[in-house]
Each structure stands twice: as structure tokens, then as C-alpha cells.
Design a protein around this ligand. Structure first.
Ligand code: IPE
Ligand code: IPE
Ligand code: MG
Length: 250
């Protein structure tokens, strides 16, 4: 069977792909298993898309792994997810380094258990000089939290006289976001068919192309990524202009 990969235009790749990895619980339920079984089986999908993005030459991949709101899940599930995070980082560090992947996080990571924070700090340090794909894990992250903390930091700079309030523009605020220095995602994928954003990258996705697939996250593989990129490449990104402006005749 022909692969979507053959149809990808490598000169028109998204620089930044963001993914809302959803559907682990439903995947497990379909198999009559506990939710944590779905989370464990999500790791292979993470490996596959990370490798897929690195191979294609995508520069940034942001994965929504745990939201601010996910703290409200049953303690057992939260504990299971945190343990999985620690173990996965330990297991994957070599593969990440071999593939020149640089790890970063966005979110209120100081809210994570100590063991997670230590592991993450170690993995970030180990991969800091890698020059390939930047893999950004959104952990204890929400878009509103991010914007609020940026606004607070900005207000304090204004109060101390470092920034003139009348000079604040998009760029000034962006400097205080967790994603400062990282281009906005051109493509956002959500698995499991839910038609919502769930508090992810609210500022950054202003003009992002959306790709929503019914595939549950543990079943997501490179081929699904290629399909999403092909779909993205067929879109006309108008940014408010008309199609005629973008394609003048003659
Ligand atoms: C996504 O899968 C993983 C996290 C949010 C941590 P879910 O756990 O939300 O799976 P569903 O949506 O219940 O199927
Ligand atoms: C969004 O998934 C968060 C992550 C994928 C980490 P959820 O499953 O938490 O989203 P809602 O609550 O159904 O919107
Ligand atoms: Mg969900």
C-alpha cells in the first residue's frame, strides 16, 4: 500500500507540530483493561511520532502529556502517570540522544513529584547540546496558566520600569511565554476524535491548522503523522487575506 510519506513535500514541512495525545483510557476500556494500561501503551506512539518527526526534519514537536486539569483525576491514575513518566525518561534517554533529540518541557513542572523533576532536569541537561528535533513535553500545562504567568511577569517588569506599558506588543508578551523563542505550531493534531482544544497552547495556535483523527493515541503511528502532514500541505493558509491575493493571475 502506498504511504502518505511519498506525498509529503519536504520543502513545505511544518516546522512545529503539536499533538493532543488523547484516547488512552478509551483504548484500554475497549480491551477490558485498566486506564493505566492505555497510558503504558501510549509510549510506543510517542516513540513513533518522535522518530517520524526527526526523520522528516520537523524542528519542534510539542506533546500534551499532562494538563493542569488532569491533576483532578483519581489519585491512582495520577500516581501511575507520574511513575510512567519517570521510568520512560530513564528508558528513552539513550534513544533520544542517539537521534540528536533535545528535550524541553513547558508547564508548571515544579508541581510534579520530586523524582519526576529530578529526572526531567537530568534528561534536559543530557540532551541540551543535541542539534536535531526539539521534543517539548507539556506537563502540568495549560494555556490559561501560561498566559497568566506571562502577564504577571510582564506587569512586574512594567512596575519596575523596565518595560514601558504603551510599548507592549505581541512579541513582548511572547517573550514571557513558556514557548519563548519557539515558532508557533503550523499543525495541531488531536487524536480520539474530540473536537476541542482542552486548554492547550491557546496563544500559539491562533493560526494553526487543525487535524483531528478518530484514531486513539496508543494506535497512532508514523503513517498517521504522514497523513496529517499531507492534509496540512493541501490547505491554503490565508491569514485573513483572500485566495486571489495569495494566487495573483498572470
Ligand atoms: C490522554 O488519554 C492521556 C492524558 C490525558 C494523560 P486519556 O487518559 O484522556 O484517555 P480518554 O480520553 O479517557 O480515552
Ligand atoms: C487533554 O486531554 C490533555 C492531554 C492530552 C494531556 P483530556 O482527556 O484531559 O481532555 P478533556 O478533559 O477530555 O477535554
Ligand atoms: Mg481524554
Amino acid at each position: 500500500m502506498a504511504s502518505f510519506k511519498e506525498h509529503i513535500d519536504l520543502n513545505n514541512l511544518p516546522q512545529h507540530v503539536a499533538i493532543i495525545m488523547d484516547g488512552n483510557g478509551r483504548w484500554a476500556k475497549k480491551k477490558g483493561a485498566l486506564r493505566i494500561f492505555g497510558h503504558r501503551n501510549a509510549i510506543q506512539a510517542v516513540r513513533d511520532v518522535t522518530e517520524g518527526c526527526a526523520e522528516l526534519g520537523v524542528k519542534y514537536l510539542t506533546l500534551y502529556a499532562f494538563s493542569t486539569e488532569n491533576w483532578n483525576r483519581p489519585k491512582e491514575e495520577v500516581d501511575g502517570l507520574m511513575e510512567l513518566l519517570v521510568n520512560t525518561i530513564k528508558e528513552e534517554i539513550k534513544t533520544l540522544s542517539d537521534n540528536q533529540v533535545r528535550l524541553k518541557t513547558i508547564g508548571a513542572t515544579s508541581h510534579l513529584p520530586e523524582a519526576c523533576q529530578k529526572n526531567l532536569a537530568w534528561a534536559i541537561d543530557q540532551t541540551k547540546n543535541n542539534t536535531g528535533l526539539t521534543l517539548i513535553l507539556a506537563l502540568s500545562y495549560s494555556g490559561r496558566w501560561e498566559i497568566l504567568q506571562a502577564v504577571k511577569a510582564l506587569v512586574s517588569e512594567v512596575q519596575s520600569g523596565k518595560i514601558d506599558a504603551s510599548a507592549i506588543n505581541d512579541k513582548t508578551l511572547e517573550n514571557f511565554l513558556q514557548t519563548s523563542g519557539i515558532p508557533d505550531p503550523e499543525l495541531l493534531i488531536r487524536t480520539s476524535g474530540e473536537l476541542r482544544i482542552s486548554n492547550f497552547l491557546l496563544w500559539q495556535i491562533a493560526y494553526t491548522e487543525l487535524f483531528i483523527t478518530p484514531t486513539l493515541w496508543p494506535d497512532f503511528r508514523k503513517e498517521h503523522l504522514y497523513e496529517a502532514i499531507c492534509s496540512y500541505q493541501q490547505r491554503e493558509r490565508r491569514f485573513g487575506k483572500t485566495s486571489e491575493q495569495l494566487n495573483p493571475v498572470g
